[in-house]
Design a protein around this ligand. Structure first.
Ligand code: NAP
Length: 282
């Protein structure tokens, strides 16, 4: 129920119809009894500047930013958090009395799922498959935590560009998909940051099953389906398998904390995760 004090939050992207964010945020806001409302706004690229002016004019407290605007939104903002600046992408905007500050909470969400399982990263070797926006947040998270990272990508020049971007922060090498086996032999963590394995292509995996070995931590950013072929293969070979839904929940919780000041606990995260699994099962 809304009243004259209800504050507005939302999502801007194009398309937004399939996003889980309204389900996630509405669930958590209701659970915490916070007087906010969260709506999805489809904003074509040409209207991005107007949408952000509208956000200022209407006093919308905050929005998530999704594909294809995570980079394009930056010139319209007043300031960036250091992480958003380093990653070069914004997934959360906070409106502080008309000043719009861009944040990136994807990298924090990514780390939280590892942290909650006690997976240490300092000095560990990690392989990231993919070199797009999600991979940038993951590589930033990993090098900031002291991991040694190898980025492999279908288009090797994009892996090289990503590695160069973060090389001042730590150890980042790069290669093409043909280098995957060699990098994986040394690695303790594998991250899929490509959409391979996503519904409706749930029978595909970005990594051949015979490259997975016992003890490897396998983290798939894909969250639909919650258990991908890569994660099933990983489980069968004695790896620790982590799905992308947790990262989605934790990045969303971090955004809500920035907007509302409310602190969410582990139980909130666990019940949001269950809620989204139910939504995806239909
Ligand atoms: P993106 O910027 O479009 O990048 C996609 C990457 O995947 C590129 O490196 C691309 O390689 C590679 N790729 C695409 N199709 C491929 C294929 N068939 N074989 C091999 N590589 C392929 O996308 P993104 O925003 O980084 O998102 C990547 C995935 O992460 C999506 O599934 C998204 O849903 C997921 N994600 C999850 C969360 C979460 O919270 N769990 C957050 C963000 C993103 P090229 O460079 O060669 O095109």
């Amino acid at each position: 129920m809304t009243d004259s004090r209800t504050r507005l939050l939302g999502l801007i992207g194009d398309p937004v119809e399939h996003s889980l964010s309204p389900r996630l945020h509405s669930f958590l806001l209701a659970r915490a009894g916070l007087n906010y409302c969260y709506l999805a706004f489809r904003v074509p690229e040409a209207s991005l500047g107007e949408a952000l002016s509208g956000m200022r004019a209407l006093g919308i407290r905050g929005v998530n930013v999704t594909i294809p605007h995570k980079e394009a939104v930056i010139p319209f903002l007043d300031e960036l958090s250091p992480a958003a600046e380093a990653i070069g992408a914004v997934n959360v905007i906070v409106n502080e009395a008309g000043r719009l500050r861009g944040h990136n909470t994807d990298w924090e969400g990514f780390l939280k799922a590892l942290d909650s399982r006690g997976v240490g990263l300092c000095g560990r070797k990690a392989v990231v498959v993919g070199a797009g926006g999600a991979a940038a947040a993951v590589v930033y998270a990993l090098v900031s935590s002291g991991a040694e990272v190898a980025v492999v990508n279908r288009t090797p020049s994009r892996a090289r560009a990503l590695a160069r971007r973060f090389s001042s922060l730590g150890s980042v090498t790069h290669g093409g998909l043909h280098d995957l086996a060699a990098f994986l032999r040394e690695a303790e963590l594998l991250v899929n940051a490509t959409p391979v394995g996503m519904t409706p292509h749930a029978e595909e995996s970005p990594v051949p099953a015979d490259l997975l070995r016992e003890g490897l931590v396998v983290y798939d950013l894909v969250y639909n389906p919650p258990e991908t072929k890569l994660l099933r293969d990983a489980g069968e070979r004695g790896c620790l398998a982590i799905g992308g839904l947790e990262m989605l929940v934790y990045q969303g919780i971090r955004a809500l904390e920035l907007w509302t000041g409310h602190r969410f606990g582990d139980e909130d995260a666990a019940s949001a995760l269950k809620h989204l699994e139910g939504v995806l099962r239909g």
